[in-house]
Design a protein around this ligand. Structure first.
Ligand code: EPU
Length: 416
């Protein structure tokens, strides 16, 4: 099993190119199921989760051409309307095939995702929404069986804001009969990116980027060409690395306009941030100042950056509090950060961090994707060597993180 060996204390300097967004690419790949025509995608990140999604789509009969960061999908000969447990258990985003399969083929069998390291993460809202659109859904032997001759438009108010729930229902609604209104919809930029692709495929969607999506169903969708948006979480992760380790790094092919709250927090921490339309420069020459925050849905502070900012807070001047409101168990990195000498206590959904002068490297274990990223950042800010185990979590969502970090002067090596 691969590990990352980090020798801390190196300042970072240079440029990093940001990849396409994982959480946009995954639903967008599933949108390929909605048409028999070819969907041409570019800026698709090289990630384990993308490979898993492609494996799943291939099993369904999707024709896939994958060169560099470009993927062509052809859904002309989809003949297996099933997402098996073996794949769903490795990637929960597999649930995103449910809406498109049901809408186009009237049937789908998708394994129910189990629990997960960051929370229980049920999919009841996906199911509730599809039922409101007329689907008959039964759960048997660990599988969701969904059927509907033709989905009907409906007004759906989800109990909470759900990103993949909104995406699943949005995709389903594009081919439903009549109008669907999705109230309390997620406004994450990745939802908007999916919606923009669907419009390019012939879908009729109003309210894109708002919490009320109005969809007029159409009979069929056609092929389209789409460039996936940059990964704001990868961007934020590298910015936290600069804040914690110090340096002067420019991130290219990214989008500052979808990172407002994170950039404000970094400025509050003392990082000098300058931006252009598609780049962000971060300069940090002092110890960061501690920043407190509370995760919320977009445009608030993203839960997917909570762990990385916490790593920065560990070496910051002063104390901070970090409240996690999206997932009930997303503090698995705390005990590992404490192994490096951090001083973090947890009370319910809030972590209290007392910044320390120095962290000292140690062997640590990654528990989920963003937790892994926080350990890499902490390792880079720590004295001595940190060995991060179980980095398969990292490879699910970051495109060669150690290569990108090494290119700006970090001492991060992949070891077997
Ligand atoms: N929820 C329910 N029922 C549902 C759906 C969600 O109770 O039917 C709850 C969840 O348990 C959670 C909250 O609602 O407490 C929000 O979950 P959401 O559905 O928005 O999360 P998700 O769609 O499963 C996506 C991202 C996550 C990201 C969250 C929140 C993808 C593929 N995944 O997950 O990304 O943390 O939204 O922004 O888009 C990551 O990239 O590391 C990651 C975990």
């Amino acid at each position: 099993m691969d590990k990352l060996l980090i020798k801390g204390g190196k300042r970072l300097s240079g440029e990093i190119t940001i990849a396409g967004a994982k959480n946009a690419a995954l639903p967008i790949l599933c949108a390929g199921l909605l048409t028999a025509d070819t969907v041409h995608l570019s800026n698709v990140p090289h990630l384990q989760d993308v490979n898993t999604m492609l494996k799943l789509l291939k099993q369904m009969g999707m024709r896939i051409e994958y060169i560099g960061d470009k993927i062509d999908l052809s859904g002309r000969s989809i003949d297996k309307l099933e997402a098996p447990y073996e794949l769903v258990k490795t990637m929960r985003a597999s649930i995103l095939v449910l809406g498109p399969l049901l809408a186009r083929f009237g049937e789908a069998k998708v394994s129910l995702p189990g629990g997960c390291a960051i929370g229980s993460r049920p999919v009841d809202q996906h199911i509730k929404g599809l039922q409101a659109m007329g689907a008959e859904i039964t759960i048997e032997a660990g599988y969701i069986h969904a059927k509907a001759k033709k989905l009907r438009g409906s007004r759906i108010v989800t109990d909470m804001i759900t990103v993949t729930g909104t995406e699943n229902l949005l995709m389903a609604a594009t081919l439903a009969e009549g109008q669907t209104v999705l109230e309390n919809a997620a406004r994450e930029p990745e939802v908007t990116d999916l919606a923009n692709l669907l419009v390019a495929m012939g879908a009729k969607i109003d309210g894109i980027g708002t919490d009320r999506l109005v969809v007029q169903g159409v009979d069929s969708l056609h092929g389209a060409t789409h460039h996936v948006i940059p990964d704001r979480i990868e961007t934020g992760t590298f910015l936290c690395a600069v804040a914690a380790a110090g340096g002067d790094v420019t991130l290219k092919k990214t989008r500052p306009d979808i990172l407002d709250v994170a950039l404000d927090k970094l400025r509050e921490a003392g990082v000098i941030i300058t931006t252009g339309p598609d780049w962000i420069r971060a300069q940090m020459s002092a110890r960061p100042k501690a920043v407190s925050f509370r995760t919320t849905e977009y445009p608030g502070f993203p839960t997917d950056m909570q762990a990385q900012f916490m790593a920065m807070n560990c070496v910051a001047e002063g104390s901070s509090s970090v409240s996690e409101t999206i997932f009930e168990n997303r503090f698995m990195h705390v005990q590992e950060l404490n192994r490096l000498g951090a001083k973090i206590g947890i009370d319910g959904h809030t972590a209290f961090i007392e910044g320390v002068d120095k962290l000292v490297g140690a062997p640590v274990m990654a528990t989920d994707l963003r937790a892994s990223a926080s350990l890499v950042i902490a390792g880079m800010a720590a004295q001595g060597e940190t060995l991060v185990d179980r980095i398969y979590h990292l490879d699910r969502g970051y495109d060669r993180m150690e290569v990108k970090l090494s290119a700006v002067g970090a001492d991060v090596q992949r070891v077997k």
